[in-house]
Design a protein around this ligand. Sequence first.
Ligand code: EPU
Length: 473
Amino acid sequence: MDSFVIDGGRRLSGRVRINGSKNAALPILAAALLTTEPVTVRDVPALDDIANMLRLLEQLGCAQVPQGAEDSAGVIRLRTTDETVSHAPYEIVRTMRASICTLGPLLAKRGYARVSLPGGCAIGERPVDLHIRGLKALGAEITLEAGDIIARAPQGGLKGTTIFLGGANGSTVLGTTNVMCAAALAKGTTIIESAACEPEVVDLAKILIAMGAKIQGAGTPRITIEGVDQLGGTDHTVMADRIEAGTFMIAAAITNGDMILDNCPIDAMLAPVYWLEAAGVHVQPVAALAATGVGRARGAGSLSLTSGSATTGAVGGDDPLRKCVRITTDRVLRPVEITTQPHPGFPTDLQAQLMALLCLADGNSVVTERIFQDRFLHVAELSRMGGRLVRQGPTVIISGVRELVGAPVMASDLRASACLVLAGLAAKGRTVVNRVYHLDRGYERMEERLRSLGASITRVEEKVAATMCTVPA
Ligand code: EPU
């Protein structure tokens, strides 16, 4: 197992490109099961979860075809050539909950799916009852056997209907993507009410539409899908990762840095940007810069930038999901009160990272987690680094301190790991973040990219890290 050794206190500056979104790519790759024609997906990040999804798809008869000579990294070409195996087994599902994304596509295309039931995980229970409710409404017969969900389409195939997909905690992202994929090949019209509005759902709808599906309203709580007989191949570029972008924004802010993010999906980040600005972090669109010679090495002089107003559509290119933005920070961070919510509210996937920043704000912040109420494993670790945090149920009160202090800490899930890395970048002295395999599930080469921005961060084996817990005198 690997650890990160971070010597904190360095201002980060320079330029980094935001990668394609993990959470958009996972259901998009699974959608390749809906056709036997070739599907090309671009800007897929090189992450453990993606590798697991590709391994699962291969078992399901949807393998990668050789890349073209001109293909860059991140291009995945898939083709389903064998539809006989429709079982997503526990040995893969337990490594990646998003295996559940194959349920809807398999059921719709093959009329049968057997997908191991994902268990809970470090951030909570994570049931899949809404996925099952939605697919049953389309006529599927669903049973549970030996820990597997077994879904069968009725004679004559799935049938469109109106489905209320809301649960106790609101909408479900992957539940919506599963039902959307299944409804794309169902007979008649499906209306998903209380659908998840997350941008990743919209990105999946885009590729499905390009494959021939008839979908309206993705990105709103009511999605209408008119079933078609078959879907074809396509070529799609995955949206940029809004959670990675938010994590880099906080890395700039927590180190009082000055950073430029390329390919930033700012239009999908209005809530995080609003709350970061409330805390004293500036997120400014800037004119697109040439790809070379603009990032600055530490101490190599200032960047020459043209600031644009947040309302100017043309700044950094026309696509509001692929902007160029500059992150700077006020000297004093202000406390904020936030509650995580489904999109367009503040995302649960940035709660832990924001909490690291709020540890250094001038006053008391309040963070309430409404999506995964136990997603607080980072709280005790931040306390070990000198943060002052008190948890009461789904709420944490954070009293800002002047500085965090490096310590050995343990990552427990993907976003908690990112939070601890951020805290380590700001802390005085050395932080060792253990179990960074959690981080590797969602951030590609994080340490290399942070290093290119001036951080002192190294990946070492855990037993080596144990000997490096304090900075040598
Ligand atoms: N829920 C139910 N029943 C269900 C499904 C969900 O009660 O059948 C509840 C959950 O327990 C939770 C809420 O509904 O309280 C929302 O869960 P959702 O189904 O939306 O989560 P998900 O689709 O399994 C995706 C992301 C998560 C992200 C959540 C919420 C992927 C691969 N995962 O999970 O990402 O936190 O949406 O936005 O897209 C991460 O990247 O770190 C991560 C955990």
